[in-house]
Design a protein around this ligand. Structure first.
Ligand SMILES: NC(=O)c1ccc[n+]([C@@H]2O[C@H](COP(=O)([O-])OP(=O)(O)OC[C@H]3O[C@@H](n4cnc5c(N)ncnc54)[C@H](OP(=O)(O)O)[C@@H]3O)[C@@H](O)[C@H]2O)c1
Length: 350
């Protein structure tokens, strides 16, 4: 058996950090060997510093690991980042400069023209931006990002439609889970029996990141997809799983059966399908009425699928439907792990 690759994790104690710990526990290629958090947690064991919130038990091996300072020495080439954007902006480039490959969940570098905003099933070729990044910035390593959690679900739902019919306009309204705000997140008195509109900067992230992901990679740059996206975002009292109400105008007319076929047949490139974290089918369409629902469908394909339902004709645009995805899995830790698997499978991390 091949020896596992040691990996580090920045921001290991937070909501996304915990999901990484869970998903890396039995990973066939990667072994978590270094964890960091803020100064508050430095020197404590993981079990002392993290309020473990996941249903599966905290892996014993990680419980006793000491938290290192974020920004300090880490002896692994692959480093996952679950830092907030401010810390990421400062710390990630320093690691990349010295030769680490950072697979980041933070928004800090997502929109830089030389940084891949990767969903391997959709834009695997965008990983080639790394060559320009290393050359122009003089880095031995690299930063590879995944998108905002709502953007990933939207981009997955749109990709098969954009590939087959072209997308012209999109209107999306999100209903985002509490775990999307990190821990402790939104105070209970603000959210119980309530809905909070206009999540900070989220609309703009969804609008610009979707166009980058579904854009064209030509050589070492990306031409953003020309369609218009209008997003409105809401926080709701759901633990995990972002639900999105999506209306779409297509470039060419297509009937419902063509849309369903586009989603059902969507697979992504063959070399991505073979990766350990790849879902069998990236998109699952549910025929049953009133689905998808976060409580019932969020863990579809181990949380790595975008789950779609309720396709109907739209009196304003062409079609409307509902999409759901696990925000800390497909929208964060699972997405990053898949990105690292893809880079490893291309021999970039050797
Ligand atoms: N939650 C989601 O669904 C989601 C989805 C996609 C992307 N993201 C992104 O993922 C990142 C993490 O989100 P989260 O929800 O996990 O946040 P979180 O629960 O607040 O966790 C933040 C983590 O960063 C550490 N940290 C905070 N300030 C730091 C500093 N100045 N220096 C070093 N470490 C610091 C914290 O350590 P301590 O425990 O010591 O405070 C903790 O480990 C963010 O960039 C977020 O935008 C989140």
């Amino acid at each position: 058996m091949r020896k596992k690759i040691p990996v580090g994790l920045l921001g290991a104690t937070g909501t996304v950090g915990q999901r990484f710990v869970q998903r890396l526990a039995d990973h066939p290629w990667f072994e978590l060997t270094a964890v960091t958090a803020s100064e508050r947690s430095e020197g404590k064991t993981y079990a002392q510093a993290a309020r473990w919130r996941l249903a599966s038990p905290l892996p014993e091996r990680v419980a006793s690991m000491r938290l290192l300072p974020s920004g300090g020495e880490i002896s692994c080439r692959i480093v996952f980042s679950a830092l907030d954007a401010t810390a990421a902006r400062e710390l990630e480039p320093a690691y990349a400069r010295e030769g680490k490959w950072i697979f980041s969940n933070a928004s800090a570098y997502r929109m830089e023209p030389d940084v891949p905003l990767l969903i391997p099933e959709i834009n695997a070729e965008s990983l080639s931006l790394v060559e320009r990044q290393q050359r122009e910035r003089g880095w031995k390593g690299a930063i590879v990002t995944n998108a905002n959690c709502s953007t990933i679900i939207l981009a997955m739902a749109l990709a098969p439609l954009h590939q087959r019919f072209g997308v012209e306009k999109v209107f999306v309204t999100t209903m985002q889970a509490l775990s999307g705000a990190g821990y402790p997140g939104v105070p209970s008195l603000d959210i119980l029996g309530n809905v909070l509109p206009d999540i900070l900067e989220e609309d703009a992230k969804i609008e610009r990141e979707t166009a980058k992901i579904l854009g064209k990679t030509t050589g070492e740059s990306i031409e953003a997809a020309p369609f218009l996206v209008s997003a409105m975002t809401y926080r709701v009292a759901v633990e995990d799983g972002h639900t999105e109400s999506i209306s779409v105008l297509l470039s060419r007319r297509a009937d419902a059966s063509e849309l369903l076929a586009a989603w059902r047949e969507f697979r992504g490139p063959e070399n991505v399908r073979a990766l350990p974290t790849s879902p069998k089918t990236p998109i699952v369409y549910l025929e049953a009425p009133h689905r998808p629902q976060p409580r019932r469908d969020v863990d579809t394909q181990s949380g790595m699928a975008a789950v779609i339902g309720g396709l109907k004709a739209c009196p304003l645009f062409d079609w409307k439907f509902t999409a759901l995805g696990h925000n800390t899995v497909r929208g964060a830790a699972g997405a990053s792990v898949l990105n690292a698997e893809y880079a490893a499978s291309k021999g970039l991390l050797d």
